[in-house]
Design a protein around this ligand. Sequence first.
Ligand SMILES: [Zn+2]
Length: 342
Amino acid sequence: MTNLSRRHWLALAGAGAASLALPGCTAGSRTISAPAARVIPTGASGPVPASAGGPWPIDWTVGDVRITKVLDVVEPFDAARAYPGAPLEAFAANADWLPAHFYDPARKAIIFSFHSYLVRTAGLTMIVDTCWGEDTPLRARQHHGRWLENLAAAGVRPEHVDVVTCTHFHADHVGWNTRLRDGRWVPTFPRARHLFNATEIAQLEASVEAGTTPPAVYEQSVQPVLQSGHVIRLDGGYDVARGVRIVPSPGHSPGHQHVEIASRGRRAVLSGDLVHNPIEIRHPEWTKVFDQDKGAARATRTRFIESHTDVDVTLFAAHFAGPTAGRIVSSSGGRRFRPLGD
Ligand SMILES: [Zn+2]
C-alpha cells in the first residue's frame, strides 16, 4: 500500500468508519480549545464512551523539555479493518488494561486520536506531526478539527514555531504543514525549518510520479514546503536541540522517523506510527493495514517494543487516545501499556 491520502484512509475505513462516526465527534477538541481547561474531557457526546473516564492531561515535562498534546480529532476505526485476520477476541482478553478510550467493544473499534506534539525547551518550539490539516473544499475529508485553536490555547502561534518535523508523509501527519490562501497552498509556519526524511520525500515523489499514489497529499501538504526552501532533508539521525533527537525507524513508511528526548536523566520517545493502538504492545506480530511494508514494520515495531519494555522511557505515540502518555511494562500475561499515573 502506498501513502494514505485522506480519500484512501476513508476508503480503508469504508462503511466501517461511516457507521462508526458519531455526531458531535469533535466535542473533545472543542473543549480542549479553552485555555483554562487544558484537559480532554470525555463524555457521551464524543466518540469515546463515557466509561472511558478522564479528564486527561495534555502537558508533560521531561527534564527541561515540555511536551504538549495538540489535538485535531478523535475517531473510531473498525478493528477488523485495522488488523485484518487478527484474533480480535484478544481485545476482550486484555480488557483490564485496554479500557474504552483505547478500544470500544460495543463498536469493535479502536479509538484513534489524531494529535501533534508540541516540544518546547530553551530556544526551541517544535511541532512533531501536523495531523489532517485545514478543512477546505479541495480536501476529500472534512474533519472539523480545532487544531489551530488548540495550538493557540497552548500559547503558540504559527510564526512562533522554529521547527516542524513529520514522522512520515501519510495524510494524517502532514496536513497543517500548509494552508489554502487565495487558491494556493502555502506553508503554515513561515519561520520554521522543516526536518523531513530524504527517503520519505523521494518515495512519495516517486510514487506520485508513477501514479501509484494520488497526488493530493504531496501537492497540498509537502511540495509547497519543499518549494519554500525551508526544508532540511535528513539522511539519518539529527540533533534538533540539546536532548531532542530525530531517529530513523523505517517500516510503517520507507522514511519513518521518531523523536527521542533525554533531559536531566528523564527520557521519552515520540514514536509516530511505530504503534497505532496499545494492543500492538501485546501483539506486535499482528498485520496492520496502515503499514506500507508490513514485514519491515512488524520487525521495527517488535524491536522498538522489546527495547522499551520495563525501562524508564515515557512513550508518546501519535494515535493513543485518553491518557496518551505511558510506559511499556511486562506483566504476567505479557507486555502491556501502562498510562502514567496508573
Ligand atoms: Zn498516523
